[in-house]
Ligand binder design. Sequence first.
Ligand code: SAM
Length: 250
Amino acid sequence: AGTLYVVATPIGNLEDISARALRVLTEVSLIAAEDTRHSQRLLQHFGISTPLQACHEHNERDQGGRFIARLLAGDDVALISDAGTPLISDPGFHLVRQARVAGVRVVPVPGACALVAALSAAGLPSDRFIFEGFLPAKAAARCARLESIKEEPRTLIFYEAPHRLLESLRDMGKIFGADRLAVLGRELTKTFETLKGLPLGELSDWVAADANQQRGECVLLVAGWQAPEGESAVTAEALRVLDLLLEDLP
Ligand code: SAM
């Protein structure tokens, strides 16, 4: 059988494509792409003429079989998304799973990924972190999600759409506290790359004051929760329960 290569492409700066990615994309029989027109431009830029076929979230489950059939027939296939690493807030999971179930070899060809790029330059603890992807678009669901992770001690990483950035920052300020340190990574690897670190309250104000900060692509990183001095093992929830229990004591 052939091999399924999962190939990362740039998140803005085309110089970030790897030599190996270019070779693999040239040598495979077929490229499964999230948006064939978008990827056609990337391939043209690098003089690659490998045929493209759509593999996006709407057809991935159904069309997966076609790619698996080609792989089982001995063809090598590369999977790419519009930007960065496939499967990371991008299509590909179903195809990769189907390929592995079918016994096809799956090979990663690593490269750009916005969350790793942001974390590598943010200056927040990077030894342990959690990636939350995109928050829910509706305010109530978004706040519920934020509530569920407000005492998460690891660095938090989110992807956010530019038109929701300010709303999300304000909700984070309310739920995590205005003093919690955050870093906005915007337009990474591109001309207007910005990395701005401020407490959540100040970061919201800074973004609100400059419409340019509400354009382009962004990653938000938030410092993990830190137990207040002397309370390291006691969560706010435990304290609340303790208060309730104490009320009932004679
Ligand atoms: N697969 C991609 C990756 O490896 O990072 C992510 C795809 S996801 C659909 C797109 C989101 O990633 C954007 O909304 C933004 O949150 C983030 N992103 C992608 N490129 C970025 C960049 N150059 N700067 C900042 N964030 C970026």
